[in-house]
Design a protein around this ligand. Structure first.
Ligand code: SAH
Length: 368
């Protein structure tokens, strides 16, 4: 739904939706057209993502008239911070409002010297995974490149700023169903001329959208891939993740095998559903086929989607079976439990029950 205010916005070019090389070329040409040196364009470009400012008017190093000219020609849009919550464990959760009234969530998870930010790539999600409440809310729309990378930009604009060391695409949405925009967003996050976060510190998480995996694999940078496996057998995986009908396990594993970098499997442990030793044996086989690292994720409480967490005993036994088969495995801890650090939970609290209460999937982020 597009509201009136949105559709009546003046027709300026969104400078944040351009790749850094395109933005700098445009800005240098714009500078020359406006009678200032081309390097002024580089000064502006630096202020988009590298050392961001809230608006052109804040670029103190520029002549005032040039700032006004930029403002008349280009849009440097913001995400509106609607809610910010902080957990006792330091995890912070942000609800951002988009220009068309949609809301997305971003979570910042400190861990020692690391600050991992979990970002959304779509408003809602079409995939309907049984245990995931973003799926229950349905698909609304793809986020544009600046709305994706802009979640990190907004954290840099906070006072004091939050400086992420790692980014994971584990918020709302399926990034590889929005590849065209995620592709640009990855450049905005990674390019030293933009935010400069190392590619090995950026993880794209997917249910296994094969064309998207191929596209990610084709990028020269070392972006990481995490695959949501959640079941080692097609029949069970189909029940939990309907997408398995289109992209069955064997194909997803084959794609993981040809991915040049080491892949992470995500596996949410669901009590008495996918957590038996037999499941672990089969999962170990799959992990060994493609040398994957396995992240065992506790189901986040708070969702009422008919699933329960695995017991500590079942979790430990599951991990033991994997280790005994020389599969590297980490058992994740939940974070931000006291702030409903659940992806859709905050959105539901603030916007009313458009979607069911959801479980969290930010809380258990692994970055290899
Ligand atoms: N669509 C992508 C990325 C977003 S979800 C994907 O599926 O990988 C990020 C991770 O959180 C996925 O592994 C997802 O299955 C998991 N997740 C979803 N709901 C969860 C819940 N209730 N508890 C724990 N993890 C969950």
């Amino acid at each position: 739904m597009i509201n009136l205010a949105y559709s009546l916005m003046p027709d300026r070019d969104n400078i944040l939706d351009l790749r850094p090389s395109d933005a700098v070329a445009r800005l240098r040409a714009f500078a020359l057209d406006h009678g200032v040196d081309a390097y002024r364009g580089n000064q502006v470009a630096r202020r988009l993502w590298t050392a961001p400012v809230a608006s052109f008017g804040d670029i103190a190093e520029l002549p005032t008239a040039f700032r006004a000219a930029l403002d008349a020609a280009f849009e440097m849009p913001r995400l509106t911070l609607a809610t910010r919550q902080q957990s006792a464990d330091g995890t912070q959760k942000f609800l951002f409002r988009l220009a068309d009234g949609e809301a997305i969530e971003t979570v910042a998870i400190p861990d020692g010297k690391r600050l991992t930010v979990c970002i959304s790539s779509q408003a809602g999600c079409a995939l309907q995974c049984a245990f995931c409440a973003t799926g229950a809310m349905g698909f609304v729309r793809n986020l544009s490149p600046w709305e994706i990378a802009g979640q990190v930009r907004e954290l840099l604009l906070l006072d004091p700023p939050l400086r992420p060391t790692n980014v994971v695409f584990m918020g709302m949405g399926e990034p590889l169903m929005n590849w065209r925009h995620v592709d640009v967003a990855l450049t905005l996050l990674n390019d030293p001329a933009a935010m400069g976060i190392g590619a090995r510190h950026i993880t794209v998480s997917t249910v296994g959208i094969l064309p998207g995996i191929e596209a990610l694999a084709a990028r020269p940078e070392q972006f990481r891939l995490a695959i949501s496996v959640h079941a080692p057998l097609d029949a069970l995986r189909r029940q939990l993740m309907p997408i398995n009908t289109k992209y069955p396990l064997a194909d997803v594993i084959a794609a993981a095998r040809v991915f040049a970098r080491r892949v992470t499997f995500e596996y949410v442990l669901l009590g008495a559903v996918n957590d038996t030793p037999d499941h672990a044996v089969r999962l170990a086989e799959l992990a060994r086929q493609c040398g994957a690292f396995v992240n065992l994720i506790p189901l986040h409480p708070g969702g009422s989607l008919g699933f329960t967490q695995s017991s500590p005993r079942a979790t430990a036994a599951f991990a033991r079976v994997l280790r005994a088969r020389t599969v590297e495995v980490a058992v994740r801890k939940s974070r931000g439990l006291d702030i409903s650090a659940a992806c859709g939970q905050l959105r539901v609290e603030r916007l009313g029950r458009r979607s069911p209460p959801r479980a969290d999937h930010h809380a258990d982020v692994h970055v290899a």
